[in-house]
Design a binder for this molecule. Sequence first.
Ligand code: COI
Length: 354
Amino acid sequence: MDIKVTRTIQTGSRPKDADLGFGTSFTDHMFVMDYSVDKGWYDLRIEPYGDFAMSPAAMVFHYGQAIFEGLKAYKTPDNKIQLFRPRDNLKRMNRSARGLCMPEFDIDTVMDALKQLVKLEEKWIPKTHGTSLYIRPTMIATDPCLGVRSSFTFRFFIILCPVGAYYSEGFNPIKICVAKDHVRAVLGGVGEFKTAGNYAASHHATEKAKKDGYAQVMWLDALERKYIEEVGSMNIFFVINDELVTPHLSGSILPGITRYSVIALAQKWGMKVSERQISIDELFLAHKDGSLTEVFGSGTAAVISPVGEIRYGKKTIHIGDGTSGKISMKFFDALTGIQYGKEQHTEDWIEVVD
Ligand code: COI
């Protein structure tokens, strides 16, 4: 399918690498396409980044039919542009689309658009290790209709932003707080899809946790409020008795691409890995008997984020000595080594943009 390209003459400039936070500065162009039942996906275009004109009755504003993805482009030392597992993100987006009654798209077509857009915005890709160009594909329901049903029309777009670390702590351990009174997602619901509503549902507990000095909330299962699921913007891993333990994909957990990558690396290194139910009580007991040695989160935005403190009700545990653990560092170095093209690797995870 042809992609029409309209370039802007008003180009912006990328903030200094040291000033990059997460998700506040956007590049000059975006990719957009629209969908109707009759036409399928049509009007594929790369155009100047700008506001959408949209009916206030558009269904996304009222009933939250919205899905998105997060992936990154990296600059290698020899100035190549690399994408990390982009097709896995797009496949997951199509899975979310099915879950939310939204139309799927052709992965090769969107990959082509994504690469063209990233190439056009090459000057926006920061080079310092730890910085990258964050890519946010999004799909929203656009029918102007207040009747509750699935929309007949949709818009898909990709926006880009140069980013640094997601947490203000950088790679230093963060503090997280277990949600006791709130849940993120229920079995049979949409927790395993990357849909906007899951994030809206997280704000109440997260804002409270932030006021108390915690970076994120750790969610428990909605039924028994006992088993660990995930953390605000990442999946979670524990090192217990030298084994890597992570909650299994119960049906209400986001199947993270970085999570899969961590598991694959651990297996390759011969580490014992368990995807299983782990209760919050087991975690606190493992801390008490000394077998819990590290905790870290994984995600596109979060990369590998060590966790140094967990609060559950009135109890608080401290993990490690306040610095990033050896195993978290090993995963961080291995993953970022592959992403930034600094390490030799055998994984089929990189797609070069040329
Ligand atoms: C990501 O890691 O890309 C995410 O989507 C998490 C968050 C920023 C919403």
